[in-house]
Design a protein. Sequence first.
Length: 454
Amino acid sequence: MKALRMRKTTLTVAAVVAASASAWVFVGGDVFARQRRAGRAAQERGRVLTGQGAFGDWTSDAPGVRRRITAADLPRPYATRSVDAGSRVVPRPEGAWPKAPAGFRVEEFASGLENPRLIRTAPNGDLFVAESRPGRVRVLRAAPGAGKAETVEVFAEGLRRPFGIAFYPAGPDPRYVYVANTDSVVRFPYRSGDLKARGPAETVVANLPGGGQLRGGGHWTRDIAFSNDGRRMFVSVGSLTNVWEKPEANEERRATILEFKPDGTGERTFAWGIRNAVGIAVHPRTGELWASVNERDGLGDDLVPDYVTRVRDGGFYGWPWFYLGANQDPRHPGARPELRPKVIAPDVLLQSHSASLEMAFYTGRQFPREYEHDAFAALHGSWNRAKRTGYKVVRVPQRGGVPTGEYEDFLTGFVTPEGQAWGRPVGVAVARDGALFVSDDGSNAVWRVSYAGR
């Protein structure tokens, strides 16, 4: 059906009003399709989607929709053909806005950035943003509780696809800002409130896998997290290939989470067989390392689900021979049977190909009590699925530090009614005042989500 003129409107359909703070419809016949989709999403809020209904696509996304995917729900390999649907992003339509649950407010904290990726909040409240493509880290500063950044400065530049950022040691007065390039970890001298690095970069880890291959070098993002006691530094390194189809490919020290001392010495493999743990974070209470993982491609629309999970020291997570437990990848028939009983199944399965990136635990006090220590993960969005998935931020509930196995749509609305993506969430960070920051490299913006009450 041909899309007609778009206009911002206040809908009279109660379900749609409840679903979002702002809504878009098409004039003419498309409005009815949009209302039907919104009605379905409204019906799905408040209950957990399971089985085949948990897979779905962007049309069933809405704040409050919950999903639970289990290994028993997985289709057979090649049940659907693999596609390349592309990841083209359209300009943000006038007035288009992300949607959060009732009681939450979404503001555009900063715009005009260039490829904003991972974000971290400094102890003093400044927001550090890795602009990976131009190779720099910016600092965004606002007055306490303000919805808009008032100061934007370049903290450091001349970096090689920076992604991970961490402050060390923990507490109100860190001495360093650590940055993970694609092929190294460096640190800058820092004092609370600095808008510029106090000195040149000091290389902490010089030889991360990747060798500076900025194009065609496999997964290039590297994240950093420190243990709660500050004695260990974790660095995630994604695989070079999809499923290691060619044994001559150099996968040494890849598809891993590596562990170092804060000075870069004492390297060991903390966990392996994790295809691409783009985001890692340490639980503030339990001290467990968690990861947000991109799984493999090429087995169909609903294989293999991405996941968020606790990561066990010494654990093996299957890549490339197995997935989500003891499921054998058909591209490696019969390979490595001795590893089959050792594969650890992840905690929370996400819609396949959603591209889960940075994750963070909610440590603020602004959101309702039930959000305390829950995880948030940014889903960048699919390119290799017939119908889009991802393009949202999800909440991962837990009880006593243990994930329930479900996840909930928290911030949606980055896809137009006809299915064109205008935004792609990458980073999540908790603001000093308890709001949630979300970076979006589709519209080159940072969003701020605050809670105003019901």
